[in-house]
Ligand binder design. Structure first.
Ligand code: GLA
Length: 398
């Protein structure tokens, strides 16, 4: 696997050893959990518009080692990130900038407490993530959902995987001030190896679809551009969609979410949204939702060429209508699209940096990476990261 996304990778066993070195005690008392990253094959920025999305959990994991404590202390440590944090199960958890990554975890604890779950003792954890932070393949949702699952399982709380996804989303909304949709947390909580998941974000109904790519593989390409969702225009885009929806509703269009409109409906109603920016945003959502439906049936039919075309169309729409790509993602996606053996490429996740994905023939992967890397470095001035991904399971106890 060609990979320059991360330096030292931890195996679960190495994490367990590091845990025992840090906290002492015996091996049998430590529980280990894994939480995957995700790619979104198609369906971008429409989870919060009641659309359908098509993500897959992949074989990049955050590992969490956890053990109950005899007292009421909570200890958080990370094998790769600086920062050692101590809290108490009986305290009230609020966002505090100084708590850095611990905010994601405290966000989950505050949600659990709000739902009436009681902790009879404290716990200690050590984590190690092999998912690039801020890289657009959901390192933060892996953290939220992996932690939530580890705590729920360790304390015997009765919450299913969909509820875990909702806890993660609420933690993001309330603690991190990112008004994200449900896609990332949902796929991380419910993902299944060898499958992608067609999720209807309006109803939360979902279907596993075998991700049978034949001789093709998804290559993940990291722009290595530093960004944070909260600093980005993510919430602004969400607000623009809400405005467009309100305009349509005020003009008598009976919908609760933009993605309830088909492309044919949009032909009829588009002039109602006179503001050109709002119009473009809505157009993206409605067209992208249709592309997801088409991509799922295309994949079922084994037509990878058509899937590739849909990926390219999605990127173009995210670049021109939704305006969430930027030079780094455009360079990666557009250079990829021109390479021999590549059927299609697009940004994945929130955009503004982060990662893109490309569907590439397995025999062309080395030349593909080398060509795209050369073009990227020339245009951007630093290197991108590449790795070939496979699917992986959702959050699990190891
Ligand atoms: C981020 C959010 C998701 C989704 C994507 C864009 O990953 O967390 O909810 O909106 O961006 O599709």
């Amino acid at each position: 696997m060609s990979d320059n996304l991360t330096s030292k990778e931890y195996t679960p066993q190495e994490l367990k050893e590091a845990f025992l070195k840090m906290y002492g005690g015996d091996e049998a008392s430590v529980r280990l959990y894994s939480s995957p990253a995700r790619i979104n094959i198609i369906g971008e920025h429409i989870d919060y518009n009641g659309g359908k999305v098509f993500p897959a959990s992949i074989n990049r994991y955050l590992y969490i080692a956890i053990r109950k404590r005899p007292d009421t202390k909570i200890l958080y440590n990370d094998a790769r990130f600086p920062g050692s944090y101590e809290f108490d199960v009986n305290q009230t958890f609020v966002y505090d900038k100084a708590n850095d990554y611990a905010n994601y975890l405290n966000g989950i604890l505050s949600q659990l407490k709000e739902r009436g779950f009681k902790f009879d003792c404290g716990f200690e954890i050590l984590m190690a993530s092999n998912i690039p932070a801020g890289g657009g393949i959901s390192s933060s949702s892996a953290l939220e959902c992996g932690f939530a699952y580890a705590v729920i399982d360790t304390f015997g709380f009765d919450l299913n995987r969909i509820e875990i996804a909702k806890l993660g989303q609420m933690s993001e909304h309330n603690f991190m001030n990112v008004k994200c949709g449900i896609m990332d947390q949902f796929i991380i909580a419910t993902g299944k190896k060898n499958h992608a998941e067609l999720l209807d974000c309006n109803t939360l109904e979902y279907e596993y679809i075998p991700l049978d790519l034949g001789d093709y593989r998804f290559v993940v390409m990291n722009t290595n551009k530093v960004r944070k969702l909260a600093d980005s225009k993510y919430n602004e885009r969400r607000g623009q969609c809400e405005e467009a929806l309100k305009i349509l509703q005020n003009n008598g269009v009976k919908i609760d979410a933009l993605c309830q409109l088909t492309p044919a409906d949009w032909e009829k109603y588009s002039t109602l949204v006179a503001d050109p920016i709002l119009n473009k945003r809505a157009r993206h959502c409605i067209a992208e939702n249709q592309r997801v439906i088409d991509a799922a049936s295309t994949l079922k039919a084994g037509n990878l060429e058509e899937l590739g075309r849909l990926l390219n169309a999605s990127h173009k729409s995210l670049k021109e209508d939704y305006e969430v790509t930027g030079i780094e993602l455009d360079t990666l996606a557009e250079t990829s699209q021109k390479q021999e053996g590549c059927l299609g490429a697009r940004m994945t996740g929130a955009g503004f940096g982060g990662c893109a994905i490309a569907l590439v023939h397995k025999d062309k992967i080395d030349s593909f990476i080398s060509n795209v890397q050369t073009a990227y470095e020339k245009a951007i001035g630093y290197k991108a990261g590449f790795f070939v991904c496979e699917t992986g399971d959702g959050v699990a106890r190891i």
